[in-house]
Unconditional design. Sequence first.
Length: 297
Amino acid sequence: MIIEREQDVTAAALAAMQRAADPRLREIMVSLVRHLHGFVRDTRLTEAEFREATAILAEMGRLTNDTHNEFVLMAGSLGVSSLVCLLNNGDNGNTETDQSLLGPFWRLNSPRVDNGGSIVRSDTPGAPLFVNGRVVDRDGRAIAGAEVDVWHASPVGLYENQDAGQADMNLRGKFTTDADGRFAFRSVMFVGYPIPTDGVVGRLLKAQGRHPYRPAHLHALIFKPGFKVLISQVYDPADPNIESDTQFGVTRALIGKFVRHDGPHPAAQDVAAPWYSLDHTWRLEAGEAVLPRPPIK
């Protein structure tokens, strides 16, 4: 098509997208062009703004490496990660779900730990945390033999891949549920933390007057053939940013019950008060067990 006016550009692009053989690719690309062209018209995007936008995307690519993913960080900061999660779970967004956004810090090969073991691998000062978890199906039946991958930030708000002072895989571990669907581990109580702000996402948050903080949370990724992989987070309701997560990830179903204890631990003699406990149940939905692509190595 020879372009006679600006409307012809959209028509020509849509016609080109329609030629895709794969029906899902065709659906996605047609919608993308329609909405993207509509966005350009709605905002009256200038040439200078367009060049700046392409430069920003190029910068995000340069910032993404084995230990940091700027695109995942941006998707969360725009609410896209949470929206995709909620639209694809809980009866297509109609009911509560234990699913949550993956985030930019999951690593594929967390070390295996025996039930009840510790995931602390280097000197990590902080109040002890004891987690007792259970994995069930939607009807509450125990799921035995599920792999539960857990990870969380340190008491200073850093994951080990961000902090040279922590041992590799510190505060990460992989467990297997027993016949009753249970697993347990020991760690240290974590805190909320700011997402990385030294790149494009940080500049965006500053320009919008937004804080960069995520409320304190525990990650879990649960794998069992016959069930959809559960990607979940458990949030501490006492965190001051529980109502204003910069990644829009907090839902009512994901708020846990972290209990502070000021007396001695009933079994661990080396534990000094205060210490914390979390009892939590994760629910899996039937489906295909497909692991996500890790955002970092």
